[in-house]
Design a protein around this ligand. Structure first.
Ligand code: SAH
Length: 236
């Protein structure tokens, strides 16, 4: 009887060790993430608590190609393949705060890319609808978001110029590719009282993040920040 108890004890120790090890592994980048939020985001003036909490929660290293994992918390964009990028963390936080996200919001994102911005939004709002034009990126992001347990993100492979009419109107819209002008269907699908943030300008030059507000049917636009985004593509 005695050896069996010893064996059981040993097995329990191994299990405990393994579960502790996998917990530590899971949270391997937590301190990098906390530092990213403090130094790159809070210190530059982002104060919305829900945005800061979401950026601390979402594991950015799971949204970049595996060879770039160790660079996931750097202060800049990173390539995600197909000529596209995951935006700089500060810009993701800036755009999230700019739409003033609330728990009961339904948000439309154009340009799913890695799915990172969608995940940050999904931590705060009720539903996120996100559209990606490149089929491979759409598939990867959809899988990734499912694996990470995001049940309130809905993905679509299409040209986001036309928005996603079935679920309109949206409390807020985030566009993460630079358009030469604001697509009229997106303005139409924005709820009255809602906000849209969109980089507007020429491909690779002179772009500004523009805040679009709809009040009593009237549209106002405010230029907020010079930026550099990948171009808004159009389906052939
Ligand atoms: N939000 C992304 C960043 C994506 S970069 C992230 O968090 O990772 C911009 C993305 O917009 C690219 O993946 C690009 O393919 C996509 N895109 C460009 N034009 C588009 C369009 N008309 N409709 C939908 N997606 C578009």
């Amino acid at each position: 009887m005695r050896p069996l108890i010893n064996e059981l004890f040993f097995a329990c120790c191994v299990l405990l060790f393994l579960s502790f090890f996998s917990y530590a592994q899971n949270d391997e980048y937590k301190s990098d993430r906390v530092a990213m939020v403090k130094l790159q985001i809070e210190n530059r003036g982002i104060h919305d608590k829900s945005t800061l909490d979401a950026m601390i929660k979402v594991p950015r290293h799971k949204f970049v190609p595996s060879n770039l994992k160790s660079r996931a918390y750097e202060d800049g964009p990173l390539p995600i393949g197909y000529g596209q990028t995951i935006s700089q963390p500060y810009i993701v936080a800036y755009m999230t705060e700019a739409i003033d996200p609330k728990p009961d919001y339904k948000v439309l994102e154009i340009g799913t890319g890695s799915g990172y911005q969608a995940a940050v939004l999904a931590e705060i709002v009720k539903e996120v609808y996100t559209i990606e034009i490149i089929p491979e990126l759409y598939k990867q992001a959809k899988e990734r978001l499912k694996k990470l347990g995001y049940k309130n993100v809905f993905c679509k492979n299409a040209d986001g110029y036309y928005g996603w009419k079935e679920h309109a109107p949206y409390d807020a819209i985030i566009v993460t590719a630079a358009a030469e002008y604001i697509p009229p269907p997106l303005i139409e699908q924005l709820k009255d009282g809602g906000k849209m943030i969109i980089p507007v300008g020429s491909p690779y030059l002179n772009q500004n993040l523009v805040l679009v507000e709809k009040k009593n049917g009237e549209i106002t636009t405010t230029s907020l920040l010079p930026v550099l985004f990948v171009p808004f593509k159009r389906a052939d």
